[in-house]
Design a protein around this ligand. Sequence first.
Ligand SMILES: CC(C)(COP(=O)(O)OP(=O)(O)OC[C@H]1O[C@@H](n2cnc3c(N)ncnc32)[C@H](O)[C@@H]1OP(=O)(O)O)[C@@H](O)C(=O)NCCC(=O)NCCS
Length: 162
Amino acid sequence: MAWLLPLIRLGMQEDLKYRLRQQQGYACFVAELQATTLQGGTLQAPEFQPTNPRNFQIVGTIEVSLRNPNFLGRPQFTYPYLANLAVHPDYRQQGIARRLIQMCEQKIVNWGAQDLYLHVLEENFPARKLYLDLGYSTQSLARMYGFHRQSRSLRIFLHKKI
Ligand SMILES: CC(C)(COP(=O)(O)OP(=O)(O)OC[C@H]1O[C@@H](n2cnc3c(N)ncnc32)[C@H](O)[C@@H]1OP(=O)(O)O)[C@@H](O)C(=O)NCCC(=O)NCCS
């Protein structure tokens, strides 16, 4: 499937450009790692070599957007939704995800919203523990359908009132 990668990348780039063009109701936060803060001033993980003049690398990401649950109906009804939270494996359990989520919570308050939603897979125990610790609770459950085991998982819809 390697031949598909350039196409997938292009699709992602276009999707990101579209999202970043949105003036309201979308934000993306990243956690940056300064090279100088690492031991001896060098980056330890080989895939994390600095590639730009600012000499940092992204080690975590998160997005928050206003989502419409059903594009065919009720276009005026949207809700803030967290997505694409990920922290580089070498930098986990240092509070990065917690901080990224808190940034999003602050952002939706600035949007005048109070309720934040997200999905997490049943078997994703680290993420479930993280959300539970931060005060998210189960709103509903939905079984996914697909060929892969992961795509047949139970998806938990979580909610927090900020
Ligand atoms: C889930 C994930 C984002 C957590 O990132 P992180 O930066 O390591 O999380 P934090 O350091 O901010 O952890 C905050 C809390 O989350 C919980 N937590 C995080 N990782 C955990 C783990 N491996 N086991 C148990 N609890 C964990 C803990 O309650 C932790 O609080 P504590 O440090 O006081 O115990 C990260 O593991 C990841 O990127 N996983 C793959 C992508 C993913 O699953 N994203 C979520 C999709 S819904």
